[in-house]
Ligand binder design. Structure first.
Ligand code: PMP
Length: 442
């Protein structure tokens, strides 16, 4: 028992009673979170924040108006609970929309479930499918929460890296140059493998997996009877005429795939935290069990507004006025602008085929932030912290998207988010230009 005297006798006695370990074992090793750390740094120091993935421009008017209508309209029941597994208008339109995309009839009640953002959809998947001893294949670099979520469910993450190939003729690298080694991928599958997490378009690289790559993954899933958790939150953000292919549409995959989406990314409204899962009932029924025993329900008004947003998008499907057509067009211009701006200062960009992220090589800036070997922190993380504190520019180190053992394999890259107003991107460019000048002037 602590023998420290406390002026507050209540806190002393409470402390004395808590001599047992407080923390559940499943939390071990999952306490650190890159977003908590870097969001705090960005809030404290940054003048220009290209770190966390959210737009600094507003969602489209039609979506905001739908929210206002839902909020202040006559139907006051929109302020109350709705159906646990998804507000009926939203699951209905999602079933219609994804039914069209996948070319199959979807039942809104059993093939769709609404979640608190894609985060909760992921959480439901790992809790529903992963047991102690199960292995889950994760492709590196990966959206960081997959690893702790697998561990919290008692599973073992098994990592397989995308390996970069140097581009020819001194060209800039593209996210397509980062590829899986088929033999290495196959070696990660065994009878212990329960699931693979696929994230295409991929955060942080912006890689859009090709049909060939998806077929390779699909073949392994079928061969080893493995589930696919397909995180497709950036499904509409693909550039240069590339196509986002849904792995669930490949042979043998519908029955073993859960598709995960996010209105936050789709409609530029990350704060609304509306996400969804689409898949066969044999999988979704278990997600419903986790959902009903955890959050149970998601905000009704936000679901209503997202339903109206999808209604509009279904009517305008593939038409020039569709937000899903316009947003990638606008973002492609921002991507090109940031590529050019980074290239001009020697922070070599890897051109992303999708998402609103761009990874850049910081090697040429190393002299400003000397390495401290054996510091225990990957170089890119120290660099990103130095940059936000000294230059006011926030970005995220690529090592944050690797598991502990691999963090030093690719530690001279940082990730920028370019879903930002042109003025924000210009301000970032000004910082970089000034920095470059200071470096080169004697
Ligand atoms: N998956 C990926 C790949 C993401 O990048 C994000 C958000 N950064 C999420 C899931 C979580 O999405 P949401 O905000 O809808 O929870």
């Amino acid at each position: 028992l602590p023998l420290v005297k406390s002026s507050n006798s209540l806190s002393f006695s409470l402390q004395a009673k808590m001599s047992k370990p407080v923390q559940a074992r499943r939390l071990e090793g999952t306490d650190k979170n890159i977003w908590v750390e870097f969001v705090k740094l960005a809030t404290t120091y940054s003048t220009v924040n290209l770190g966390q993935g959210f737009p600094d421009f507003p969602p489209p008017d039609f979506l905001k108006e739908a929210f206002v209508r839902a909020l202040s309209g006559e139907n006051h029941m929109l302020h109350q609970y709705t159906r646990a597994f998804g507000h009926p208008p939203l699951v209905k339109i999602l079933a219609q929309f994804f039914g069209k995309l996948l070319g199959r009839d979807l039942d809104p009640m059993t093939n769709v479930m609404v979640t608190v953002g894609a985060y909760q959809a992921l959480f439901c998947c790992f809790q529903a499918f992963v047991d102690k001893g199960d292995e889950v294949v994760i492709i590196e670099p990966f959206f960081d929460c997959y690893e702790p979520m697998v561990k919290m469910a008692g599973g073992t993450p098994v990592f397989v890296p995308l390996r970069p190939k140097a581009p020819k003729d001194g060209k800039l690298m593209s996210s397509a140059d980062w590829q899986l080694d088929p033999a290495e991928l196959a070696s990660k599958f065994s009878e212990r493998t329960k699931a693979i997490v696929l994230n295409s378009p991929n955060n942080p690289l912006g890689k859009v997996f090709s049909r060939g790559e998806l077929e390779l993954i699909a073949e392994l899933c079928v061969k080893h009877d493995v589930l696919c958790i397909s995180d497709e939150v950036y499904e509409w953000l693909v550039y240069d005429g590339k196509e986002h292919i849904r792995i669930a549409s490949l042979q043998g995959m519908w029955d073993r795939t859960v598709i995960i989406g996010s209105a936050g990314k789709t409609f530029s409204a990350t704060g609304w935290k509306v996400g969804w899962t689409v898949g066969p009932n044999r999988l979704l029924q278990h997600l419903r069990t986790v959902h009903q025993n955890s959050v149970y329900h998601c905000a009704t008004v936000a679901q209503e507004a997202v339903a109206q947003g999808f209604q509009r998008e279904l009517e305008l499907y593939r038409k020039p006025d569709s937000y899903f057509v316009q947003l990638p067009k606008e973002l492609q211009q921002k991507r090109d602008w940031l590529v050019q701006s980074l290239d001009a200062v020697g922070m070599k960009p890897i051109i992303p085929e999708g998402t609103y992220f761009l990874v850049a090589d910081i090697s040429e800036f190393k002299s400003d932030v000397p390495d401290v070997p054996d510091s225990g922190e990957p170089y890119d993380s120290r660099f990103a912290k130095w940059m936000v504190k000294n230059k006011g520019l926030a970005a995220i180190p690529l090592s944050a998207f690797y598991c502990g053992a691999h963090k030093n394999n690719y530690n001279h890259f940082i990730r920028f988010c370019f879903a930002k107003e042109d003025a924000t991107l210009k301000a970032a460019n000004d910082i970089l230009q000034k920095w470059k000048q200071e470096k080169t002037s004697p």
